[in-house]
Ligand binder design. Structure first.
Ligand SMILES: O=C(O)CCC(=O)C(=O)O
Ligand SMILES: [Fe+2]
Length: 183
């Protein structure tokens, strides 16, 4: 139950390319850790908030549908809202893009309410090397499907990481569903 839920072809390749194209005009910011100072040894990626990109409403609608269905089929969590904009993370091999082992539940009021994490693979897997999303729901490490358009959903407390991108650039989109904190 508390494992990795994978949805192949949640978005078509064409839809992923439309999203990537829309991003190129959007402002970017360097990724910062929740409640912590910038620390390149832990995470090195740039971020774009989808709420700031024009014409992305359909993306949010799709993500909500995917989370709802996955929660119904698999998790059964008490989910109440999506309090944060989906984020696109950009991991560049040129700067050692990666994100070390972490859980998405943090101490800020919003991060404390994260219950499900959804990650969408936006990039064609042929365009980068490394950059695997690894998830540790138990004692074994699972590698998320790399196919473009594939969605991975897991409980936000689950440890996960993105290994270093060794060539090219990897784009992924993350969104969280929120609800009463786990206790
Ligand atoms: O890029 C990914 O695959 C995962 C991103 C992530 O773990 C996060 O934003 O918390
Ligand atoms: Fe994460």
């Amino acid at each position: 139950m508390f494992t990795l839920h994978s949805i192949p072809n949640a978005f078509t390749n064409g839809e992923c390319e439309v999203i990537l194209k829309a991003l190129f005009d959007a402002p970017t910011d360097e990724a910062r850790l929740i409640g912590q100072k910038r620390d390149y040894s832990h995470r090195n990626s740039e971020l774009v908030w989808i709420d700031e990109v024009a014409g992305m409403e359909w993306v949010m609608e799709r993500l909500i549908d995917l989370v709802r269905q996955a929660n119904k089929d698999r998790f059964g969590f008490d989910l109440r809202e999506f309090s944060e904009s989906p984020q696109v993370a950009i991991y560049k091999a040129s700067v050692g893009g990666h994100f070390s082992w972490h859980s998405d539940i943090g101490s800020s009021p919003t991060a404390a309410r994260r219950k499900l994490t959804l990650v969408l693979q936006l990039s064609d897997p042929e365009t980068y090397e490394g950059g695997n999303l690894e998830i540790m729901p138990g004692t074994k490490i699972l590698t998320a499907e790399r196919a473009q358009g594939c969605v991975s959903i897991f409980p936000s407390f689950t440890l996960h990481q993105v290994t270093a991108v060794t060539s090219g650039t990897r784009y992924s989109m993350t969104v969280w569903a929120h609800g009463p904190p786990f206790q």
